[in-house]
Design a binder for this molecule. Sequence first.
Ligand code: SAM
Length: 272
Amino acid sequence: MSDLPPLREVIATHGLSASKALGQNFLFDEQLLSRIAAIPGDLSGKAVLEIGPGPGGLTRALLRAGARVTAIERDARCIPALAELSAAFPGQLRVIEGDALAENHAALLGEPFHVVANLPYNVGTVLFTRWLGGENWPPAWQSLTLMFQQEVAQRIVAPPGSGAYGRLAVLAQWRSTAKLAMKVHRSAFTPPPKVMSAIVHVTPAEAPEGVSARMLERLSEAAFGQRRKMLRQSLKGLPGALDALEACGIDPQRRAETLAIGEFVAVARALS
Ligand code: SAM
């Protein structure tokens, strides 16, 4: 759609000055936006959930890629701008004014969907933990393409043994594949945030059998809660954990960050 006004004009027309309280840092570079929209692969005809469309830069790119987009935006000021976008792409965009944290995404979409979002970082981490947690697997979403602070993105994809390896890495990798898809310089945003950003792409994989997600979370929470300590100390408070370590042949003198994802899974299975 070449007849859409430039994004900066949309901002001016609708008086969308970025609100700090809502974590608003907008992207205007349409080339960058279409590269982001391409990360999940061919979206033509696919259902996409976008959280926090704001003035709709990323939304446009998704619509141009042929996606059928459901967008949840909390800021009422953005709704008229998004309604214009909806009119320009008839039948392709449904806008929901509301808090993404309060919505049931699977029920809202009613079919498998891809998630794409440039979110405020605090909201992003809460949603990420929810999307990746829980006992139901495979999830309703088929992929997650999410902007994070670069430091958080690195924690999500971190390999064992690295300083960034911790609870987020275990959560993101035990039954999913998580990749760092793109780094985004802070100067790409208006206004620029203090730190660099990066986009993470996650796809669900097969869940290992016999492991409770809740148990794995409790285990990694205890293990990384005192990451400098040996497991025999950090896991003291988790009933049965020390026996489970022994049953799995894991030396209790090791520290959490040396355990491979598969070892966490084995211990959680023994505890489940
Ligand atoms: N996607 C746009 C872009 O890339 O230019 C805007 C990104 S801005 C970082 C984040 C957007 O999320 C804002 O429009 C903000 O109003 C919205 N937002 C913040 N918290 C939200 C929530 N809980 N539910 C839905 N939208 C939210």
